[in-house]
Design a binder for this molecule. Structure first.
Ligand code: PMP
Length: 393
């Protein structure tokens, strides 16, 4: 068999410091986890509001498993379409302020399932240079022509739009919050360009849903934009503490996807317990606004302290805070040193981030305390000085 031929590529990753392994958490309680037999503080989850371990979500999950069963047992168009799915979609549409919503099994699948269905050969996609991998894959799968505009650069985007006016069907695709940099897409400017050039605007709101905006509705709420002018992909797996995703948009798009979106049609419907978890999470989101408030207070304080200590946190404006080191090896060394100090952070390396911009990706949650983060900051500063990554070593 030819499997051994895979080895050289793995070996190359090892020598470049880019090799990946899976290391399981042995237990989890809030932001504290047991890793390699040791209790450490998790600073790299997407559980922004601390809902993943919320007792109300666990209870809703168990109740739905008892009432509806563990799995949906078929795809939506066969016999897997449950009243529970439709209930969640109604609630998500109201939450996002759009006409409809449509569930997908995951954010990755939603991006593939929407973009590659709406766009095809002969169409034009304009994609931010730092878009998430699932958006990149969705653009490729669509077979549309894909033009990459420089990160958050409206002038570059406009140049491209002007030079390619003749495409009838155009879609601008962007993360709302960029998952590795923690900065925001310039949505008002993007929407203006979209309107001016007759393009659609697709926003991946994975890291904004539950986090951005006064009520946590996402990037459109944050910028005061009418969400009905956008196509919005939101996930249930990050701030909402569960699993799954959805497209929020107009009825005609929903109907089209129900008819043509292969990642929706040819897969089993989301399991009832996870649908119930999302319904409950939306209630908790509304009833416990202190979570979002606390998240933003911790974020503002922590980011200021990191910058004061001399770390390069790029243009982060959200609870995702990169600490850019540069090359892969020293980033791994820093992560290893921090783990010894009881702080769990992942080294983000190419191809996840551009070459030369390896980093620790810190993400905060409302479940962290100020004391937790003070400890983390101390450990970061000490380790980075020791490794000469910031001045003062
Ligand atoms: N979009 C972005 C911006 C993401 O960061 C992620 C997850 N890392 C996804 C989509 C995929 O979402 P899911 O984990 O639900 O597949």
């Amino acid at each position: 068999m030819w499997w051994p031929e895979l080895e050289p590529e793995l070996a190359a990753r090892r020598t470049q410091g880019l090799y990946r392994t899976l290391v399981p958490l042995l237990a989890r309680q809030g932001p504290w986890v047991i890793l390699e037999g040791k209790k450490v503080l998790n600073l790299c989850s997407n559980d922004y509001l601390g809902l993943a371990g919320h007792p109300r979500l666990a209870e809703a999950c168990a109740r739905a498993a008892r009432d509806w069963g563990a799995g949906a047992a078929a795809s939506r168009l066969v016999s897997g379409d449950l009243a529970l799915h439709e209930q969640l979609e109604d609630k998500l549409a109201r939450f996002k302020g759009t006409e409809t919503a449509l569930l997908y099994s995951s954010g990755y699948q939603a991006n593939l399932g929407v973009i590659a269905t709406l766009m095809r050969e002969g169409d034009l996609i304009l994609s931010d240079a730092l878009n998430h991998a699932s958006l990149i894959d969705a653009c490729r799968l669509s077979r549309a022509r894909v033009l990459i505009y420089r990160h958050r650069d409206l002038n570059h985007l406009e140049d491209l739009l002007r030079a390619h006016r003749s495409y009838r069907r155009k879609l601008i695709v962007t993360d709302g919050v960029f998952s590795m940099d923690g900065d925001l897409a310039p949505l008002p400017g993007l929407l203006e360009l979209a309107a001016g050039y007759g393009a659609g605007l697709y926003v991946d709101d994975a890291h904004a849903t539950g986090v951005l905006g006064a009520a946590g509705r996402g990037a459109a709420e944050h910028f005061g934009l009418d969400p009905r002018r956008l196509l919005i992909m939101g996930t249930l797996s990050k701030a909402l503490g569960g699993f799954g995703a959805f497209l929020a948009g107009p009825e005609v798009v929903r109907s089209y996807l129900v008819n043509f979106s292969r990642p929706l049609l040819y897969t089993t419907a989301p399991p009832p317990p996870m649908v119930a978890v999302a319904l409950e999470a939306l209630e908790v989101l509304q009833e416990e606004p202190w979570r979002r408030q606390r998240l933003w207070e911790l974020t503002a304080w922590f980011r200021t302290e990191l910058r004061r200590a001399g770390f390069n946190t790029l243009d982060s404006e959200t609870p995702i805070i990169p600490v850019v080191v540069g090359e892969a090896e020293p980033t791994l060394t820093l992560a290893g040193e921090l783990l010894r100090q009881g702080i769990f952070l992942q080294a983000m390396r190419p191809p996840t981030v551009p070459p030369g911009s390896s980093r620790l990706r810190l993400s905060l949650t409302a479940a962290h305390t100020r004391e937790d983060l003070e400890r983390a900051l101390d450990a970061l500063v000490t380790a980075a000085k020791k490794l000469n990554l910031i001045p003062g070593g």
